[in-house]
Design a protein around this ligand. Structure first.
Ligand SMILES: NC(=O)c1ccc[n+]([C@@H]2O[C@H](COP(=O)([O-])OP(=O)(O)OC[C@H]3O[C@@H](n4cnc5c(N)ncnc54)[C@H](O)[C@@H]3O)[C@@H](O)[C@H]2O)c1
Length: 257
């Protein structure tokens, strides 16, 4: 690879898991940090630059196909070829199906599913002629396990998980790998938004029979770092023979299913 650092595009990088993925990858790559939250991006970029690392902010919505195409073009022009794409941007709208609005459904799919398609397509188009690159999509353990009030979210994550595996099949002939990391409950703003009080973490760990959740066998909530390190491994050359894999990082909450 020479001395030029690889370029890693991380979506959803303004906070939570995406910001942690950017921090972990920044040790070995130039980071293109993409999010709708421009303020969060700027503070992440300032943090990374403060450590002598290379990072730039790209305030764009992954739901907007033409804006994504434009920004990917600009990133490659300004930073160089994207070697690593990590799809982390996501939204959670909780509601029972009977109360779910068209807007809840469309927004959830617009980010979690269409967003993964838009960014992966724009990047994959450029990776194919170079016959190099790796894509990791952050899904959810809810993609394979039904959860109360999460129908839109779980369905959108199931779609982006299968999309990423199919992309991996199409791109394998070019040596490009595509994998999924499926987190369980992870300590971020999205997770804390579901906690009812200060005992929220304990309640998630304990589980609840009325919502058919078994709890977390490893007795802890994941840190964003737990997820970021799984992403880092799949994005690295140490995982060079792994593609179309879904790596669940949930402390056993879905019983390894
Ligand atoms: N935290 C958990 O317990 C958990 C569990 C399973 C899966 N996940 C998944 O991990 C990913 C990161 O979640 P998190 O917990 O860090 O959430 P978060 O809400 O803290 O961060 C999500 C980020 O995505 C960004 N984003 C939202 N819509 C966007 C759009 N249209 N374009 C670009 N960026 C957009 C937000 O601005 C935010 O910075 C999500 O895909 C989420 O579904 C999280």
């Amino acid at each position: 690879m020479g001395d030029t650092p690889r370029v890693a595009l991380v979506t959803g990088a303004a906070q939570g898991i995406g910001a942690e993925v950017a921090r972990v990858l920044a040790g070995e790559a130039t980071i293109a940090a993409l999010d709708t939250n421009a303020e969060g991006l700027l503070s992440l970029v300032a943090e990374l630059r403060g450590k002598g690392q290379r990072a730039t902010a790209w305030p764009v919505s992954v739901s907007d196909a033409s804006a994504v195409e434009t920004v990917v073009e600009r990133i490659e022009k300004e930073l160089g070829p994207i070697h690593t794409l990590v799809n982390v941007a996501g939204v959670l709208r909780m509601n029972p199906v009977v109360s779910l609005s068209d807007e809840d459904w469309a927004t959830t799919f617009g980010v979690n599913t269409n967003g993964v398609f838009h960014v992966s397509r724009a990047v994959a188009r450029r990776m194919v002629p170079r016959r190099a690159g790796v894509i990791v999509t952050v899904g959810s353990n809810a993609a394979g396990t039904p959860r109360m009030q999460m129908a839109a979210y779980a369905a959108s994550k199931a779609a982006s998980t299968m999309f990423t595996k199919c992309l991996g099949l199409e791109l394998a002939q070019y040596g490009i790998r595509c994998n999924v990391v499926s987190p369980g409950s992870t300590d971020t703003a999205m997770q804390r938004g579901m906690w009812k009080d200060e005992h929220g973490a304990d309640a998630v760990i304990a589980g609840a029979s009325e919502t058919f959740r078994v709890g977390i066998p490893l007795r802890r909530i994941a840190t964003p770092r737990d997820i970021a390190e799984a992403v880092q491994f799949l994005a690295s050359d140490r995982a060079r023979h792994i593609t179309m894999h879904d790596l669940c990082v949930d402390g056993g909450a879905t019983l390894g299913v």
